[in-house]
Design a protein around this ligand. Structure first.
Ligand code: ACO
Length: 330
């Protein structure tokens, strides 16, 4: 079955409550209509209720079953102001500042997720990545034992038997510009978890470099070697190795020459890039030159699911990301 269909079926089977803070954006309203029609999730839209209803009616989108909340007028507002003030007063914010910040739908939506009134959040159709990520980083924070949130892509190659029959997890392609060795190890472990929970596959994780098992020496290679060591210590039993060049990680014949008898080389289905430049460039090259479908970024390592849309997203992109967020929340 097509992967996105599978996510939708899984979302439908275990319907979650997803908050969409950009509630007055026409693409979000149309997506909410599609999601409710297909019973993929329950939807909370944030924004001025009259404005949301008026746009929905212009778009012919029936969103009667969505819950509409105007953050500034919500009866939860004061409780959220207090909670945010308690969470952030050590950073020097005042109660008044907390109250002003909590009018922002991205902060209010994050607080709905943090307090369990929503199961996940999807935003970014009209906001930058930084603006979408900062509230969850400040409020929801990372999963226990994880210190960095990272962004994975599911890559689906046409007609390929590499990886998991042409399917891969690539990370970090979206968040951490220069991860330290410890952070790189965490990104590798979070990516393995993403492969298990979203793709239902046994992860085979390669930490990529321009060196394969000591073929080159450089401080950048050393960082990947250290990250591999940390990740292996933390997740014994997980098929994970590095440092590997991309060809050694992917192609059995190359693996045989460069590092024979390696448990990961030639079989990897989770590719961990050494930094954000290589990860972001890598997924875009595979997408554009190999015709792969790139699904993401999917945030991993965060305590509750939040996902970031591209500002160029379509209604379908929003529907798909809500389905994925629901599956992560299950
Ligand atoms: N994981 C968890 N928490 C984090 C992370 C992380 N990766 N990064 C920052 N934080 C936390 C900080 O600890 C801090 O928490 P605190 O305030 O409680 O101490 C809070 O977030 C804010 O940290 P800043 O360092 O001030 O974060 P800033 O807002 O400057 O940057 C951001 C965070 C926006 C995610 C930054 O790392 C960034 O811009 N990354 C690149 C994003 C990007 O442009 N990606 C490419 C485009 S996406 C694409 O092409 C698919």
């Amino acid at each position: 079955m097509e992967l996105l269909e599978d996510f939708k079926n899984r979302a439908r089977d275990n319907r979650k409550k997803i908050v969409l803070p950009e509630g007055t954006e026409p693409r979000i309203i149309k997506a909410a209509f599609e999601i409710l029609k297909d019973e993929l999730a329950e939807i909370i839209l944030l924004g001025a209720e009259d404005e949301i209803k008026s746009i929905a009616s212009q778009e012919g989108a029936d969103i009667d079953r969505a819950v509409l909340i105007n953050p500034g007028q919500s009866d939860r507002k004061q409780e959220f102001d207090d909670l945010f003030y308690q969470l952030r007063k050590h950073k020097g914010i005042s109660r008044d500042e907390a109250s002003r910040i909590m009018v922002d739908p991205l902060y209010f939506g994050t607080m709905l997720v943090h307090t369990g009134q929503a199961d996940g959040m999807v935003a970014g159709s009209i906001n930058s990545t930084g603006d979408v990520l900062r509230p969850p980083f400040q409020i929801i924070k990372t999963k226990p034992g994880v210190s960095v949130v990272s962004g994975a892509f599911i890559m689906q190659l046409p007609d390929s038997e590499l990886g998991a029959n042409g399917t891969f997890v690539f990370a970090d392609c979206a968040v951490n510009p220069v991860p330290e060795a410890e952070q790189l190890a965490e990104i590798a472990l979070s990516s393995a978890e993403t492969a298990r929970t979203l793709l239902n596959i046994e992860p085979i994780v390669a930490l990529l470099s321009f060196s394969t098992k000591g073929s080159a020496s450089h401080e950048l290679v050393e960082r990947v070697v250290t990250a591999t060591k940390i990740a292996r210590e933390r997740a014994q039993g997980l098929l994970l190795d590095g440092e590997l060049q991309a060809d050694a990680a992917l192609i059995a014949a190359v693996a045989k020459t460069k590092c024979p008898n390696n448990c990961v080389a030639g079989k990897a289905n989770v590719l961990v890039f050494p930094d954000l430049q290589s990860g972001n460039i890598g997924y875009k090259l595979v997408e554009r030159l190999a015709g792969a479908k790139a699904i993401g970024p999917i945030l991993q390592g965060i305590a509750k699911p939040v996902n970031d849309l591209s500002r160029g997203c379509s209604v379908d992109d929003i529907v798909n990301l809500v389905a994925i967020t629901s599956v992560q929340a299950s």
